[in-house]
Design a protein around this ligand. Structure first.
Ligand SMILES: [Zn+2]
Length: 512
């Protein structure tokens, strides 16, 4: 592959140093982090085998100083397949098997289904599928990855020995035990109870997106996090307001219940599935529905990655497309409050269709659901942020920054056309333009910040009404009208065509 291609691929990523300051950690916690990093590196090694049959081979092939850029690309993409172009192969030509490395390369869906009838473990989330004597069979992760698992368990136990916080020690030990059984129920429950003031970690197999063949295999990841007590204080004050905010955005429904607490952290370390492709700024775990029902779930916002996304992706988009006065107002505070309230608002609004107690909105709106739900969270998130400003919990003089940052963030999102978050972003922007809140001039897009919040409040009411009615064709019609990027927004997207779409982060740890 020639240098020009490599440069072109690299240009879609913005290299960025993501700082984290570990000086608040005492010596024992620093030791814990070091042990967890040791475990996380083993997790990465497992992930390379899960994500594709040849990722490790390609990493080895380009592990010399002459191929620094190619190696960075392969690592960033979790193998020689371009995640920003539906796993298009590079530098090789062989397509990525749909089942990644979880199954033999040449396997078909029908073959897996047939074999799973005799051996259900073949569809277990925590097994690798291999062919033995011409027949498919399943090997649990802890057997298939025996050496790595042994080292992970050792590191987790060593970390636990340094943990003075009881909930952290319990969690690390149950996690070690679960790695040996490939049953993560106990440690998932212990993670919900984890209350160390400074440290948090998720480690193990979680998301199933790498398995495009059957959608069942969970890929390994590790994310080590530093809790941020000061930011957490504000989040707690917001959480106390949630019943009131819910009532304000949608007065007709039963209280949602099951709202998930939000934690604010800086990432200290990410590996495996947590480090490739799309760089998340928030996650919501665990995925096990039984744990979610009995213990709940946690949403985690990653402040340092959110800051990096603002600096390297959102602000440049705003500077290219907004008039200079509005672009100058883009700031972290506005983005943080928008994202925080977006996450909170997922648990607000109608849960079930009108007149029913058991038809969830998602089941009624089908393929239109995710875009409508994301647009609901965007718009009611902004509206509730505005209300909290009026009430004084958020500083009122920051409204301009909130609105300009929101518009820039939505302009960034509409580039991923057809994807649910992109449709959602387009809905808000088209609505604001229709109401004359956004205007297009030779110097760029202007935002009438006074009118953004009332207009979005109105839109959030419309979206919740669509959810409440549960009529799929009305939802699809609304998406057709507002969710498709056309006209001036289409030209805006074309204008930022050359800007990077994703971060290529290096976490810079201070004080460890
Ligand atoms: Zn969302």
């Amino acid at each position: 592959m020639d240098k020009e291609m490599v440069d072109k691929m690299l240009s879609r990523f913005a290299p960025v140093d993501v700082p984290v300051d570990c000086t608040p950690l005492d010596d024992e916690r620093k030791q814990i982090v070091k042990e967890l990093i040791r475990a996380g590196d083993e997790v990465a090694d497992i992930f390379w085998e899960q994500t594709s049959p040849d990722a490790k081979e390609w990493i080895q092939r380009y592990s010399d100083p002459n191929h620094k850029d190619m190696l960075a690309l392969i690592k960033m993409n979790g193998g020689p397949y371009d995640r920003l172009s539906h796993f298009k192969p590079f530098p090789g030509a062989k397509p990525r098997p749909k089942g990644g490395g979880f199954y033999p390369r040449d396997v078909t869906k029908a073959e897996v289904e047939a074999a799973a009838k005799k051996e259900p473990a073949i569809l277990d989330p925590y097994t690798m599928v291999v062919r033995r004597d011409g027949k498919l069979t399943a090997l649990p992760y802890h057997e298939y990855f025996k050496e790595q698992t042994t080292r992970i368990v050792d590191a987790l136990r060593a970390a636990a020995a340094h943990a003075e916080n009881r909930s952290l020690r319990t969690y690390l030990l149950s996690k070690a035990e679960d790695f040996l059984q490939d049953n993560y129920f106990n440690s998932d429950c212990d993670w919900i109870d984890l209350d160390d003031p400074l440290l948090d970690v998720v480690i193990g197999p979680y998301e199933v997106y790498e398995d495009e063949l059957m959608g069942t295999k969970a890929a390994h990841e590790a994310v080590i996090m530093l809790n941020l007590p000061k930011q957490q204080d504000l989040v707690r004050q917001v959480e106390a307001k949630i019943p009131e905010l819910s009532e304000w955005v949608w007065p007709y429904s039963d209280p949602a219940g099951g709202a998930t607490p939000i934690r604010v952290v800086d990432s200290i370390y990410r590996s495996g599935d947590g480090a490739v492709g799309y760089q998340f700024v928030a996650f919501n775990l665990p995925n096990d529905p039984v744990v979610r029902r009995e213990k709940g779930a946690k949403k985690v916002l990653h402040r340092n990655f959110l800051q990096a996304r603002l600096d390297k992706i959102i602000r440049p988009v705003g500077e290219a497309l907004l008039i200079p006065e509005r672009a100058a107002e883009i700031n972290f505070d506005g983005l943080f409050k928008f994202v925080l309230m977006h996450e909170n608002c997922h648990s607000m609004g109608p849960q079930f269709v009108k007149g029913t107690k058991d038809v969830p909105v998602g089941a009624a709106l089908k393929e239109s659901y995710v875009a409508i739900e994301e647009a609901k969270a965007d718009t009611s998130g902004m509206a509730t942020a505005g209300l909290l400003m009026e009430q004084g919990l958020f500083e009122a003089d920051k409204a301009q920054g909130l609105c300009s940052t929101f518009v820039a963030a939505q302009l960034r999102a509409i580039r991923f056309q057809g994807e649910a978050h992109a449709i959602a972003a387009q809905i808000s922007l088209a609505w604001l333009a229709e109401q004359g809140v956004l205007s297009f001039g030779p110097k760029g897009i202007d935002v009438d910040c006074q009118r953004v919040l009332p207009a979005l409040k109105e839109l959030s009411g419309r979206l919740m009404q669509l959810q409440y009615e549960g009529n799929q064709s009305n939802a699809a019609e609304f998406i057709e009208k507002y969710g498709i990027t056309r006209g001036e927004f289409k030209s805006a997207v074309d204008k930022i065509h050359d800007q990077p779409v994703e971060l290529m982060p290096t976490i810079i740890v201070k004080g460890l």
